[in-house]
Design a protein around this ligand. Sequence first.
Ligand code: NAD
Length: 415
Amino acid sequence: MYRYFLKENLKINQHTCQFLTERSFYLRLLTMESFRFLCHPEILAGDGAVSLLPEKVKALGGRKVLLVADPFLARTGKLKKIQQHLSSCQIQVVTYDSVTGEPTTEQGDACGQLGREENCNLVVGIGGGSVLDTAKAAAILITNGGSVKDYQGLNKVPEPGLPTIMVPTTAGTGSEVTFTAVFVRKQLQKKAGINSPFLYPTVAILDAELTLSLPPAITSTTGLDALCHAVESYLSRKANFLTEIISCQAANLIWKNLPVAFREGSNIAVRRNMLYGSFLAGLGLANAGVTAVHAISYPLGGIFGMAHGLANGLLLPYVLEFNLPAVVEKLGSLAKQLEPGWQELSLEKAALSFVEGIKNLLKEFHFPGLKQVGVCPEIFPRLAEEALKVSVPIQNNPRDITASDIVHIYESCWQ
Ligand code: NAD
C-alpha cells in the first residue's frame, strides 16, 4: 500500500518524473555521492484505516496495549469507540490521555511508568506530535527503565522498546515516521529530543478522517511545521537524490493544499493530501534532517512554550532569506515546481517569490509576531546562544550561521 501510495503521488510531479525517467535516474546514480536511506514503519494509508488497528495489534502479538491518546479524542467520543473496538477483539487496553501540547519529560515518564506497572506489551499513539512522541518514549521506557532525561540526545537508548503503532491526527510533525521524540525540560527551559533508531515506529496508520476535526488555527500551525520539514530537508546539507524527490513532493502537496485545508477543513481530499504530504516531509527529515529554522525555534518552545509549528512557521521565510545566497538555484527550482505562475521567472525571482508567498500565508493565517507573543528583544542574544547549541540542525544548514545572524532573524520576526 505504501509503495502504491508513493508511486501514485510521486508520479504527478513533473520534476520527479524527470528524475524517474530511466536515463536521468541512472545518470544521477552514476554521479551522486553514496548515501544511506532508512524507512522503517510499515504504512497503512486510507480513509478509515484506523479500523485496522486491532488486526495490526494482534499481528504484532499485542495482548495488553498502552493506548496514548490525544485529549481531543476523548472529548469527541472517538476514543471510546477505539477502546471498545480493541476490547471487542480481546485486547486489553490501558489508556493514558493526559498529554498536553509540547510535552514535558515528566509527562513522558508518567506515561512510561503506567505502561510498565500495567505490564503492557505494545504501545499505540493516536494524536498530534505531542502524543506520538510521548507514546514513542513510553515504549522505550517500559523496556529500558529510567527517565526521558536519561535518553535525550543521540543514540543513548541501550535496548529496543516495545512494538509501536502510530496514528497521527495532525498533518504536521511526521513523528509517525521519525526516530525522534521531543520533550521540554522545564527546569532548564529547554526542548531536547530522544534520537535513537529504537524510536522508529513499527507501524504507522495514515487516516485522513481523523484530521477533519482540526480547527483552522491548528491546521495552519501544524501545516507550516510540515512545510518547514519539507523545505528544510530539501535544502539540508545532508539531502541526497532520494530525499530531494521526497521532500520536493512533500512541499508540493503541502503548498497546494494547506491554504484550502485552512479554509475548507471538511474537504477530505485536501486533508488526505496534507496528511500524506506531512508523512513524506517526515520521511525527508528522518533522512536528511532539518536546518536552522528548527534550531532557532527550539528556544522559543523551551523558554516561552510557543507551539512548535507556530515558531517554525514564523521563522521559515526569514531563515530562507538568510540562506538565499547559498541556495538560490535550488530554492528557485523548487519554487518553480510549486507555482505554475513562477515557471517563467529567473531562479532568483522564483526563490524570492516563494519567500514572499510564505510571508503572505502567515498573514492569511493571522500568525502573531514575536512581539505579540511577549518575547522581548533583550533576550534575543540568549536565545541565539541556545539555538547554536542545537548542533545537528545548525550543521545541516546550507549556509554557515552565527549568533548575530540569528539575532537578526529573531528581530525580523519581532513585528
Ligand atoms: P500537538 O500534538 O501539540 O497538538 C496540538 C493541539 O491539537 C492539541 O491541543 C491537540 O489536542 C489538538 N489536536 C490534535 N489532533 C486534533 C484533531 N484531529 N482535531 C482537533 N484537535 C486536535 O501538535 P503537533 O504540532 O502535532 O505536535 C507538536 C509536538 O511534536 C511538539 O512537541 C514538537 O516538538 C513535536 N515534534 C516532533 C517531531 C518528531 O519527529 N518526533 C517532529 C516535529 C515536532
